[in-house]
Design a protein around this ligand. Structure first.
Ligand SMILES: Cc1cc2nc3c(=O)[nH]c(=O)nc-3n(C[C@H](O)[C@H](O)[C@H](O)COP(=O)(O)OP(=O)(O)OC[C@H]3O[C@@H](n4cnc5c(N)ncnc54)[C@H](O)[C@@H]3O)c2cc1C
Length: 478
């Protein structure tokens, strides 16, 4: 090769680097991490990806340590039909473990109105005895809903992308959009379910999964919650947060441990300024072609970004539900539940006061069996405010060791808003907001699904053509 060839080669390499699309992602939870990975899969080496995380990678996927063992403190169970999460887990080389299914009881604040058996056939018979055909009706309803939901995967695989959450849900099935305007309780009553079934079993599930009652949740998120209480549930051995860590690693994104303060639109591109509010000399500004914000932006979020230079001010209505997760190492008392044999998990029904949602016995993230624990008895308590000392003493025998994690856990849902309460993914060309998907339903799968959609949209808008079908590309080529 002569001199000229070398120069031409170097210039073309430099040009290729200069031409790389600069993608900035705000938020290192499952939403931001899977966006980084999907962008890498679609754009290949043509993207320079930077991911900003002000805290710990994982966001609402986190473990809490108690007495040398680690437990899921945030998002814990994954439905095995959640194709995005299951594909991520597998392709990132992680292993799953079945979600432990012990015995459970439904508590009305005075007594257990239902207790399951260690034998699943007996539990089914008891459920049938108490709730009649509603049990089968719910199973049918959930499998029909999951089948509608399933349609979105092949659409996204083939490159489809949606600007709004409403369009995404509409693409699954138009009937699902209507569910966002109806309280779950009303929807179930209209579908023929009995009042007792809704106030006991359904309320127990929605309080446990969303800290909210069925008259406060819209029917779509309510059904997602009910599906998340079935028996095809799993979690990642060692902790779900690893999906986030590995996705960021495999995406090749540069991780910036910085807080994003502002995102400014400057015509063709965006300036992202990071730093800590109190330290003006820590500020840094970088320029991006595409920005994806994967962190909730409602007014109650202390770390929301400031948006500058946009044609119109942005609004992110609503707030997030405040949830307290307390780990307690102690045995449960029997008397509050009017029983001598306390089940592994206790779920509150409509009769409970607002001070408690559920109590679940825990297995460490790296154990697949409860047998290893011997006498260790760790419970995870969900409540909408910090657990008082008096309540702790009432529920547990000599509660010594406790750890509390407080979350802005998921949106405070409002069925009155209907489809108008579902926001947009596309803010303006090349600027995307992923967390709007949570107004339809907050779950790991929803954030991953939104990431897949936003990556498709970013590609489509950037190259003005549909993205490649990833099913036809072998993983080794990605
Ligand atoms: C207690 C609890 C239990 C749950 N149980 C389940 C479950 O069993 N199954 C399930 O599927 N889902 C569950 N969820 C919901 C699930 O955890 C969330 O829907 C999901 O983790 C949200 O991921 P995300 O990436 O969209 O947001 P997040 O995880 O919130 O990630 C956003 C990230 O952005 C960062 N950030 C915010 N602002 C800035 C800024 N200005 N600059 C830089 N970084 C910023 C934050 O630090 C955070 O890490 C649960 C949630 C909670 C809290």
């Amino acid at each position: 090769m002569n001199h000229c060839h070398w120069i031409a080669l170097i210039l073309s390499l430099v040009a290729a680097r200069v031409a790389a699309v600069k993608v900035g992602i705000v938020g290192g939870g499952i939403g931001g991490a899977s966006t980084a990975l999907y962008v890498r899969r679609l754009f290949g080496d043509d993207a320079d990806i930077e991911l900003f995380e002000m805290g710990r990678l994982g966001g609402r996927l986190a473990v809490e340590e108690l007495d040398g063992h680690r437990y899921e403190a945030g998002g814990s169970v994954i439905h095995t039909k959640n194709r995005c999460m299951m594909e991520l887990i597998e392709s990132l080389g992680l292993q799953t473990k079945p979600a432990m299914g012990g015995t459970f009881g439904l508590w009305n604040g005075r007594e257990l109105v239902f207790t399951s058996s260690t034998w699943s056939a007996i539990t089914s018979a008891k459920l049938l005895w108490r709730y009649g055909s509603d049990v089968f009706r719910l199973r049918r309803l959930l499998s029909a809903t999951l089948a509608k939901f399933d349609g979105i995967y092949s659409l996204l695989d083939s490159g489809a992308a949606y600007d709004t959450v409403e369009d995404l849900i509409m693409a699954m099935d138009p009937s699902l959009v209507k569910l966002t305007g109806l309280p779950l309780s009303q929807y179930l009553k209209l579908s023929g379910f009995q009042e007792g079934f809704i106030s006991e079993l359904v309320t127990a599930v929605t309080l446990n999964n969303y800290g909210q009652r069925p008259d406060r949740l819209h029917a779509l998120v309510g059904l997602v919650g009910l599906a998340g209480a079935g028996d095809e549930l799993t979690s990642v051995l060692g902790g779900n947060y690893q999906v986030v860590e590995r996705a960021v690693q495999q995406s090749g994104a540069s991780l910036r441990s910085e807080r994003v303060l502002t995102v400014e639109f400057i015509g063709e591109s965006f300036l992202v300024t990071t730093g800590w509010a109190a330290e003006s000399d820590s500020r840094q500004t970088r320029s991006f072609d595409i920005v994806v914000v994967a962190a909730p932006q409602t007014e109650d979020q202390p770390s929301r970004v400031e948006w500058l230079g946009l044609p119109a001010p942005l609004q992110f209505p609503g707030t997030y539900h405040q949830l307290s997760v307390t780990f307690v190492e102690a045995k449960l008392r029997g008397d509050p539940f009017s029983t001598s044999t306390v089940p592994d998990d206790i779920f509150c029904t409509a009769g409970c006061s607002d001070e408690l949602n559920s109590i679940g016995s825990q297995t460490p993230v790296n154990e697949t069996s409860k047998d290893v624990l011997g006498d260790l008895s760790v419970h995870k308590v969900f409540s909408n405010s910090a657990l008082g000392k008096e309540l702790l003493q009432r529920l547990f025998v000599d509660p010594q060791r406790q750890e509390e994690v407080s979350w802005r856990a998921y949106p405070q849902y409002n069925p009155r808003l209907g489809p108008a309460g579902l926001g947009n993914f596309t803010i303006i060309n090349n600027l995307y907001y992923l967390s709007s998907v949570e107004q339809a339903a907050s779950a790991m799968e929803m954030s991953a699904l939104a990431a897949r959609n936003v990556a498709n949209m970013a590609y489509t808008r950037w190259y003005n053509r549909s993205p490649p079908d990833l099913r036809k590309i072998k993983h080794t080529e990605l």
